[in-house]
Structures are given as C-alpha cells and as structure tokens.
Ligand binder design. Structure first.
Ligand SMILES: Nc1ncnc2c1ncn2[C@@H]1O[C@H](COP(=O)(O)OP(=O)(O)OP(=O)(O)O)[C@@H](O)[C@H]1O
Length: 230
C-alpha cells in the first residue's frame, strides 16, 4: 500500500494537503486544474520535494526522508530526459548504473527491455536519429530496467500526436500489468485517464483527494472538476 498520511507539501505561498491510500498494482491518473499541484504531488512522492508535515509509506516502509534514488520509484519525465550524446542502449543502461559499466547480465537486461518496447534494432542510434514515439519508447525502456514498484509519469506523452499518445499509453498499461507496478500518471486529458487508469486522484482546492473510480468520477464530476473539464 502507498500511504500518504496527513502530508503537507509547501512551495512558496502554495500548499497541498494529501491524506490517501493507493492499493499496489493500481493505475492512477492524477488530474485537476492547471496550477493545482499535480506535479508538486508527484515530485514529493519521488523525493524531489520534502514534506512540511506527514509521512509517505510504501508497504509499511517510511520513505519520507529517503533520497530519490533509493525510493522504490521510477519517474518518467515529459521530455523523456534522454542524453543526446549517448546511444539508445546507453540511455537505457543509465537506468541500471549511472557509470554504464554493465556486466553481461545487465546488458542482456537492456536488450530485453529494448526488445519489449520494440526497439531491438536501434540500440546504437543516438536519440536525434529517432522519432518522437521512439524516443518515448527509449525512456520507457529505461524505466523498465529499473524494475521499481512505483512508476510516476508527469504528462509523459504530451508532445505526441493523439494516435501515438494512445499507442504509448497502451504500452505503459501493458508494461505495468506485466510487472505488477503501481502507476501514477499526471494528465491534462480526461481521455488519457479513461484509457489507462482505473482510478483518479483529483488535485484541486489545495487537496490531493483519495482515489475515485475513473468512470464514476468523470461521468459525474464534482464542481472543481466540472469547471476544469468545461
Ligand atoms: N517556486 C515557486 N514558488 C511559489 N509557488 C510556486 C513555485 N513553483 C510552483 N509554484 C506554484 O505551485 C503551484 C502548483 O504547481 P504545479 O506545477 O504542481 O501544478 P500543476 O497542477 O502540475 O500545474 P499544470 O497542470 O499547469 O502543470 C502553482 O500554483 C505554482 O504557481
């Protein structure tokens, strides 16, 4: 269980409160108005922001003071965060070891991850020689080799066209189903939530609300969400 116990996250004059539980293996969309604190919530979970109050636990372990790299969390950023001077295989290998000195088993893991995302023949290319969708796949392969329990995505495919975005969302759904990972994904698009998430965490009015069933919430939105959805 991922538990946020009476958490307060502050940034300048902005504050966000979260008191909620997420069942392992859930697929959660984090939605809400612009500036409501969706990225702030994800960054606090990843450990990039400290809490002013409260505790974050994963399966009973207190993560509140654990540094980002030691949390059971992998994060996929909006731009994929690929290094242009490294090959596809090296970019993925960074997920295993930052010094890229990988043994043969680790190299095999990189190859397997590239094959899983459909890039097994592109390992020696640089990111500039890939399409946007292929770059997203490299970033996903890097997340895959990390083998973490929790996967955090912050607007990961916003730059892709609708068909490609749908394809990537389906791939993410398949990957988390295979690994059993718990997914939290920030999105501005309610259709993304319907496509991939069984539950939604609504971030609005300085609160990250407990997860609600996606269809029920989107079909009958509360006022804060209704205003946002238009
Ligand atoms: N350095 C800062 N000092 C003060 N306030 C900040 C700072 N950085 C961000 N904020 C505020 O924190 C709030 C939450 O920002 P955040 O990026 O988490 O929102 P969001 O819901 O992800 O927004 P969006 O959907 O537009 O990406 C915003 O109102 C923003 O203005």
């Amino acid at each position: 269980m991922l538990r946020l116990e009476d958490c307060l996250i502050e940034n300048g004059g902005f504050s966000l409160h979260a008191d909620l539980e997420i069942v392992p293996g859930s697929r959660i969309a984090v939605i809400g108005p612009s500036g409501a604190g969706k990225s702030t919530l994800i960054e606090a979970l990843a450990g990039f922001r400290s809490l002013s109050k409260g505790t974050v636990r994963w399966n009973g372990d207190d993560l509140t003071k654990v540094e980002p790299g030691k949390r059971p969390i992998a994060m996929l950023f909006q731009d994929g965060n690929l290094f242009p001077h490294l090959t596809v295989a090296q970019n993925v290998g960074l997920g295993i070891h930052p010094n890229l000195r990988l043994d043969s088993a680790q190299q095999a893991k990189v190859q397997a991850a590239l094959a899983r995302v459909g890039l097994d023949d592109m390992e020696d290319r640089k990111p500039a020689a890939l399409s946007g969708g292929q770059q997203s796949r490299v970033a996903l392969a890097r997340v895959l080799v990390q083998g973490r329990d929790l996967l955090l995505l912050d607007e990961p495919f916003a730059a892709l066209g609708p068909a490609l975005k749908a394809e990537m969302l389906d791939l993410v759904a398949e990957l988390v189903a295979e690994s059993g990972a718990t997914l939290l994904m920030v999105s501005h698009d309610p259709n993304d939530a319907r496509r991939i998430a069984d539950q939604v965490v609504l971030v609005a009015d300085s609160q990250a609300h407990p997860p609600m069933e996606t269809a029920a919430l989107l079909d009958n939105p509360p006022p804060a969400l209704k205003a946002y959805l238009g």
